[in-house]
Design a protein around this ligand. Structure first.
Ligand code: ZN
Length: 314
């Protein structure tokens, strides 16, 4: 059975997209308005492709379905997480995602809880939650279009982490480069778009009523734990009911035991190699791969930062 699956994802062009996926990650992007790289995806029509081994050329969506033992025979019907890089050359709209309950009721979809690991070298900012403690106050400010008063803007620096639970109003701001790990759902309600018009002079569609319904006043719940070990530093960024995310800063050589059914690995800095049961593969910034249920342990060498995630309860 395959122990490691390297992945190639899909790009999507956006009006707010840029060219940093080429400049900083060396990807061949479709244009200088490339907003997203869906690096680890089992989404329909947007699935990543396997680059190595017996499954080369197959889609992650396909092997997740046909070869469940690679994933510890997960009970989730579809690959439950989605990992993206987002390059925002302009502000994204102010938005909110439904939770599982609302997603099931209105969209025949899961909800979307997501998290952000900041990659931009230059400081930027994001909209993360609201300046009010009660939903009724939020609705009042929305109806009065008092956006500045309503929206909480927070500064971001490389390596910062934000847990964005479904219902949290949020927006990625210009200058942000973000690794996003989320529930595999693509349901977004647009609350406000800075009254921007498209090429035809039209305002982008908003989803005000659904947004208002979806909004929750979530408390910040980041409790980052730092564990210093021999040869590497580990930060537990989140352990929530959908996924776990950890940052590993590896300085020379580390042997890891696979403790979860399978692991999603995103190399965000540096280069090195991974050795997995007598086979060695080079790895570098911008590489994404899965450690499957067939791998017992693996050794990573080099000087690199890896963001590792796994689904919970899947
Ligand atoms: Zn979002």
């Amino acid at each position: 059975m395959e122990k490691i699956l390297f992945l190639e994802g899909k790009f999507s062009e956006k009006i707010w997209g840029g060219s940093r996926l080429k400049i900083e990650y060396g990807y061949e992007i479709p244009s200088d308005n490339t907003g997203e790289y869906w690096a680890i995806s089992g989404m329909e029509g947007e699935s990543s492709t396997i680059l190595n081994g017996a499954f080369e050329g197959k889609s992650l969506r396909e092997i997740y379905k046909n070869d469940p033992e690679l994933f510890g025979s997960s009970k989730e019907e579809y690959f439950p997480l989605l990992v993206k890089i987002i390059d925002a050359a302009d502000d994204l709209s102010i938005q909110v995602h439904p939770d599982d309950e609302m997603g099931a009721k209105y969209e025949n979809s899961k909800g979307k809880t997501e998290c952000w690991y900041i990659l931009n070298e230059e400081p930027s900012s994001i909209i993360f939650g609201l300046n009010v403690d009660k939903k009724e106050d939020a609705i009042r400010l929305i109806d009065q279009r008092k956006w500045k008063e309503l929206l909480r803007e927070v500064p971001t620096n490389k390596g910062d982490f934000f847990f964005v639970r479904a219902g949290t109003v949020h927006a990625i701001k210009k200058g942000s480069l973000i690794l996003e790990i989320q529930q595999a759902s693509d349901i977004t309600y647009r609350l406000y778009d800075y009254d921007r018009k498209d090429a035809n002079g039209k305002l982008r569609q908003l989803h005000l009523e659904k947004s208002k319904k979806a909004i929750k006043i979530n408390k910040d719940e980041e409790k980052i734990k730092i564990i210093s070990k021999d040869g590497y530093d580990e930060k537990i960024l989140t352990e929530n009911e959908y996924f776990e995310v950890r940052e590993f800063k590896i300085k020379n050589e580390v042997v890891f035991e696979r403790k979860k059914s399978y692991l999603l690995e995103s190399v965000v800095e540096g280069s090195g190699e991974i050795e997995i049961e007598a086979k060695t593969y080079p790895i570098k910034k911008g590489d994404f791969f899965l450690i499957t249920n067939a791998a017992k342990e693996y050794k990573i060498k080099g000087n690199l930062t890896i963001i590792e995630s796994n689904p919970v309860g899947a």
